[in-house]
Design a protein around this ligand. Structure first.
Ligand SMILES: C[S@@+](CC[C@H](N)C(=O)[O-])C[C@H]1O[C@@H](n2cnc3c(N)ncnc32)[C@H](O)[C@@H]1O
Length: 269
């Protein structure tokens, strides 16, 4: 690390920023490597903010900025029903169509880069709501063992559930700490299998009806992304769907073999 960079990262102003940030998002940037601090400062420059105070206020007062900030740091932050429109489309259109096409109610679902479990548990809830069999497997993979450990516990804060419809909260969670924390109910947990998995090195399964890989590959080089998209295509069953994050797009989807099936959604014919 260069001397100047080191001075910036050790400055009292940055320390104060990190402390304040820790209070609002529960994330201790001091446990992260230089690369993360570099990223924090890259984004500060990109947003063209001059002081840490201004930077902090932007993050604190604008949920979109907060999300952009966390995503930029490649940290495993997630939430239930993130980008909720994608979820309602899956519930109201994709899964009912797949049930008809397959003529059975046992689909194979995969959340790749599942972080702390919000995404696969959302998938499991949608499986229940759409009448999929209890034996419907939801595979949930992440490289980060710590995140998987938290996922398996299934405890969440209210703010991670902001997009969940109230009836889902009452049906699929049990509250504790006077409504501050939510525990995923056992029937939902039972549907999800968590597995440590490195999507760059490990081989993919096959025959998936729906694969979600959202807000993960954004940290990878274009060449790696392309290889991964090919692997996802091969992992899909014909007629299956591949969902990406709401800032992502597969430019070369046709060459890979995908068909575009709507915003952030691809299918294998
Ligand atoms: C921002 S989270 C995305 C969580 C969730 N998919 C969502 O959209 O809310 C990115 C996750 O990708 C995981 N990840 C990063 N590189 C990975 C890799 N090579 N293989 C598997 N998971 C990876 C990280 O550990 C992190 O939990």
């Amino acid at each position: 690390m260069e001397k100047e960079e080191q001075n910036i990262y050790n400055s009292p102003e940055y320390e104060d920023f990190k402390q304040k940030l820790r209070k609002i998002i529960g994330l201790d940037l001091n446990s992260y490597k230089t690369q993360i601090h570099r990223r924090v400062h890259m984004l500060k420059d990109r947003w063209n903010v001059k002081t840490y105070g201004e930077y902090f206020d932007m993050i604190k007062n604008d949920d979109k900025k907060l999300r952009e900030f966390l995503d930029h740091l490649t940290i495993n932050v997630s939430e239930f029903f993130r980008n909720d429109k994608q979820w309602w489309r899956m519930r109201d259109q994709l899964i009912p169509e797949l049930i008809k096409k397959r003529a059975h109610k046992r689909l194979k679902l995969w959340s790749c880069g599942c972080a702390t479990g919000e995404e696969p548990y959302s998938l499991a809830i949608i499986s229940v709501v759409t009448g999929l069999e209890a034996s419907t497997p939801v595979l949930a993979c992440d490289i980060d063992q710590g995140a998987l450990h938290l996922a398996q516990q299934g405890h969440y804060l209210r703010r991670q559930l902001m997009a969940a419809p109230p009836e889902y909260l009452s049906k699929y969670f049990t509250t504790a700490d006077k409504g501050e924390t939510y525990q995923v109910n056992a029937d939902i947990k039972r549907r999800v299998t968590f597995k440590r998995f490195n999507m760059i090195d490990d081989s993919f399964g096959t025959g998936f009806d729906i694969i979600l890989c959202r807000n993960v590959v954004i940290y990878f080089t274009p060449a790696t992304k392309e290889q991964l998209y090919k692997k996802f295509f091969n992992a899909l069953a014909p007629g299956g769907y591949f969902l990406v994050g709401s800032t992502e797009q597969i430019f070369e989807y046709k060459q890979i073999g995908f068909e575009n099936a709507g915003p952030f959604l691809y299918t294998r014919a």
